[in-house]
Design a protein around this ligand. Sequence first.
Ligand code: WQD
Length: 345
Amino acid sequence: MKKDRILVTGGTGYIGSHTVVELQKAGYPVVIIDNLSNSNAEVIDGIERITSVRPDFVEGDCTDIETLRRLFASFPDIKGIINFAASKAVGESMHKPILYYRNNLNTLLNLLDLMGPNGVKGIVFSSSCTVYGEPDENPVTEAAPIKKATSPYGNTKQISEEIITDVINAGAPFKSVILRYFNPVGAHPSAEIGELPNGVPQNLIPYLTQTAIGIRQELSVFGDDYNTPDGSCIRDYINVVDLAQAHVIAVERMLNDISDKKIEIFNLGTGNGVSVLELIHTFEEATGVKVPHKIVGRRAGDIEKVWANPAFANEVLGWKATTSLADTMRSAWAWQCRLRERGIM
Ligand code: WQD
C-alpha cells in the first residue's frame, strides 16, 4: 500500500539527510524543504546514491509562510512532517540570539499554522537534551525537570515544545512526537552523506575529523576543569543513523495512530556518558589517526555533563541505539576521507 508523503524541513542538513534515507528505505515518499543556510544541494545526490530514489526538493525558507503555503499546494499528499529546520549551535546562539529565536520559532509557528488546513496528521519535532539545562542528576529521564536554558538555542527548543503543547491542547487536529536528541555524531556507513557544516565547524566531531585530516591545525578542548573524572565535559554521543531510524518509528506511530496520546516525548541517547577527552581517544584508537589537541578555556553556554536514560524510548518505541562509538568514529573518519577524495574539503 502506498505510504503517506512526509515533509522533511531541513532535510539536506546532517540529521535530516540521514532521516530522509531511512524514510525512503521504509517506503515513504519524501519532499525536502531547506534554505541551504547550513548545507548544500549536493546532499540530495548523496541520498539518491544510497537509496536510488531522488527525494523532491524545494529550496526555501520556512520562516516565510507563503513559501510553505506554495509547498503544501504543490504537495497536497503530505500527511506527516519532521521539522529539523533550525539553527543549532549552542555556542553561536550566545552571540546571535535574535537569529535563533526568529529562525527556530517562526519556522515552527508557520508549520503548525498550516498543518490543520492541509490535513497533516502529525509533526515530529527535533528537540534537544539542552532543554534539561544542567541536569540535577544523570542519566536523564523524560521526567527530569526542564531547567532554565543555558543558551538561546536551548531556550528555542524549550519554547518550541511549549508552543506545540499549547497548540495541541487548544484542539489542533494533529499529533506530535517530540524527540530530545543527545549528541548526534557519525556518518552514513556508505560515506555518501555525513556532517558537513558550512564554514568553521561549531560541533566537536566535524572539527575533530577536520583536524585529523589536516584542515584544522589543532582541536581546542573547551575546558578540563569541570567536575568530571578527567575534567572535560561529558555528553551522550549517539550514532546519527540510529537516531534517524527513531524518526521513522515516530512517524509510523503518529500516522498509524498507534498511541492514543496526542503528544509524546522521548529521549534519544545511548545511555552512556563520554567525555571530550575519552571521545578523542576513542577516535584515535578506532581509526589509528592522531588528533592534535590542546586544552583551552571553557565555552560559554556549555553544560558540564548530560547523558540519557533511554529506557522509555527503548520500551515504548521498541528502538535502541546499537552502533558502537568506535564504529561511529570510523564512519565519521570515512566521511571526512571521502570529502577529501572528492576535493570538497
Ligand atoms: C560537545 C562537547 C564542547 C567543539 C550539541 C548540538 C546541539 C544539541 C546538543 C541536538 C562540549 C566540546 C566542542 C570543540 C570542544 N544537539 N567541544 N571543542 O554543545 O553538546 O550541543 O548537542 O539538538 O544542537 O550542538 O555539542 O559538539 O558543540 O560540543 O571541546 O571544538 O565538545 O565543549 O563539551 P553540544 P558540541
